[in-house]
Write a protein that binds this ligand. Structure first.
Ligand SMILES: [Ca+2]
Length: 108
């Protein structure tokens, strides 16, 4: 919460954000909360991605220590195969999850 608070105040001083704007800010701050832990501050290593998936999406995807499953997710996300997941690759994951959730909740 502390990181999010700093982020909001740095980029959006004295601005009341809409729900969608808050969502976008959270997407960005959540990425940086994990990308800054080790190595390049602006990309996710496999360890950082594992922490992000377990801590932030564990309820949706299920928490896992399955190394083979993590390796597969990482390989699928690392579209340019440079060994790290950058912001664009992370946003692709979030967009896919958002689409799946929308399909799930839109089913009649
Ligand atoms: Ca990459």
């Amino acid at each position: 919460m502390h990181v999010n608070f700093l982020f909001y105040n740095f980029f959006f001083p004295k601005v009341i954000m809409s729900g969608l704007q808050q969502g976008v800010a959270l997407l960005i701050s959540t990425f940086h909360k994990y990308s800054g832990k080790e190595g390049d501050k602006f990309t996710l290593s496999k360890g950082e991605l594992k922490d992000l998936l377990n801590n932030e999406l564990g309820d949706v995807l299920g928490k896992s220590n399955d190394k083979a499953a993590l390796d597969k997710i990482f390989k699928d996300l690392d579209a340019n195969a440079d060994g790290v997941v950058d912001f664009q690759e992370y946003v692709t994951l979030v967009a896919c999850i958002t689409m799946l959730c929308n399909e799930f909740f839109s089913k009649k």
